[in-house]
Design a protein around this ligand. Sequence first.
Ligand code: UDP
Length: 325
Amino acid sequence: MKKTLITGAAGFLGSHLCDRFIAEGHHVIGMDNLITGDLKNIEHLFPLERFEFYHHDVTKFVHVPGKMDYILHFASPASPIDYLKIPIDTLKVGSLGTLNLLGLAKDHGARILVASTSEVYGDPLVHPQNEDYYGNVSPIGPRGVYDEAKRFLESITMAYHRHHGLDTRIVRIFNTYGSRMRLNDGRVVPAFIGQALRGQDLTVFGDGSQTRSFTYIDDQIEGIYRLLMSDYVEPVNIGNPEETTILEFAEEIIKLTGTDQKIVFKPLPQDDPLQRQPDISRAKEILDWEPKVERAEGLKKAYNYFKSLSPEQLWEAHRDFSNNK
Ligand code: UDP
């Protein structure tokens, strides 16, 4: 039986990855320090013999006994609200955490896939973004802690590959949405759906002309799985090329939820990229992957998930990270 370590297991992507690798018949070790993750996302896996959970911070030395086949490094705060609140942790998990996991992979002779991000392209001057674009990132801006940590993650991963012959994969993840996103993480999908469900106006930042492209979680997980099982070492974009402006997106959410709330405009956060759209030619060619779920269908599923949450969860105040350390 294959044994697979997934860091960030209690998070949005990590928990869906745990489900997928359990379904593929692996023995899965989930690891998380629960700083932004939530055990609720994986509690259904606890009764399974093939699932173990380690409450551990990957920026500290990581030890896992026995053999290991695969490591997926998905531990990181991943929304602007989170990395503005916990910038140092964000830098540490992308740098020290990645270093520890690469070392672990080397010890075990395991294949490792690390989660990078479209943020490595910063506020892109090239559109759409293919993997050969080097990006336009401010190292000292508020997003720098995330963007530069992920750029370092890519850099050290390639160094381990070239210098130690480690079997590595790098996925560049574009905006992804679905169940188990935190309602209060500030990302636009839970923000808008949460506002609609609470009867609040939808807050569009700037004039809403900035663009994003949204990938449904099932498509994202499929892309990551295919990349891990491929033999391709260079970074691969996994995202949906269908682009929308944030204003159009807000209108779409109003229609979907049937809310009679209005759209209100707030200042655009600093360094908020004006446009973002993946070029997925590489994923198509190498992984034979492209997104399958239409936005209307994916958003409906996400809406049904958020609608099923309790009123307390819906109104839950922002998590106080200082109490969680
Ligand atoms: N956004 C918005 N209102 C919100 C939350 C986000 O208009 O309540 C905008 C945000 O400024 C950005 C886009 O939606 O332009 C996507 O934001 P998100 O945080 O989801 O992802 P990222 O900026 O990292 O792509």
